[in-house]
Design a protein around this ligand. Structure first.
Ligand code: FAD
Length: 116
C-alpha cells in the first residue's frame, strides 16, 4: 500500500494549488487598495516563476503576458483566474468550468445546499 505522505505529483500539486488560488481570489477585497492591487499582481508574477512544474510554469507565464491578472476587485480576479484555469483545462482536454459558479464552488457552497 502506498504511503499517504509522499511528494506531490503534477496532478496532486495542481489540484491543491488551484484550491489555494481560487480560495485566495474568492476572499480578495471588493475594494482593494492600490497597494493590494500591486501586491496581487506581484504575487502572480512570482508564482509563475516558482511554480514547481516546469511546463506548467512556462505556459502560465505566457498566458500572464497575454492576459494580465484583473486585480480591480473580487469579481474581476475570480473571473480572470477561472479563465486561466479553463485555458489549462482545454489544453489538457478537460471540461471547461462555468465561471458564473466560481463563488459557489470556492466561497459560498452550491446553491442546492450540498455543502452545508
Ligand atoms: P483541477 O484542474 O486541479 O481542478 C480542481 C477543481 O477545480 C475541479 O475539481 C473543479 O471543481 C474546479 N475547477 C475546474 N476548473 C475550474 C475553473 N476554470 N475555475 C474554477 N474552478 C475550477 N497540468 C499539466 O499536465 N500541464 C500543465 O501545463 C499544467 N499547468 C498548470 C498550471 C497551473 C497554474 C496549475 C495550478 C496547474 C497546472 N496543471 C497542469 C495541473 C492541472 O491544471 C490539474 O490541476 C491537474 O491535471 C489535476 O486536475 P483535476 O482533474 O484534479 O482538477
Amino acid at each position: 500500500q502506498r504511503n499517504k505522505e509522499c511528494p506531490l505529483d503534477k496532478d496532486e500539486l495542481g489540484k491543491n494549488t488551484w484550491g489555494f488560488l481560487h480560495t485566495m481570489a474568492a476572499y480578495y477585497p471588493d475594494n482593494p487598495t492600490p497597494q493590494q492591487k500591486n501586491d496581487m499582481k506581484s504575487f502572480f508574477n512570482s508564482f509563475s516563476q516558482f511554480y514547481p512544474c516546469e511546463v506548467c510554469a512556462k505556459d502560465f507565464q505566457q498566458e500572464l503576458r497575454l492576459q494580465p491578472p484583473n486585480v480591480e476587485n473580487q469579481k474581476g480576479l475570480t473571473k480572470w483566474l477561472c479563465d486561466m484555469h479553463n485555458i489549462v483545462n482545454v489544453k489538457l482536454g478537460k471540461q471547461s468550468f462555468d465561471c458564473n459558479r466560481v463563488n459557489e464552488r470556492w466561497k459560498d457552497g452550491w446553491l442546492d445546499g450540498s455543502c452545508n
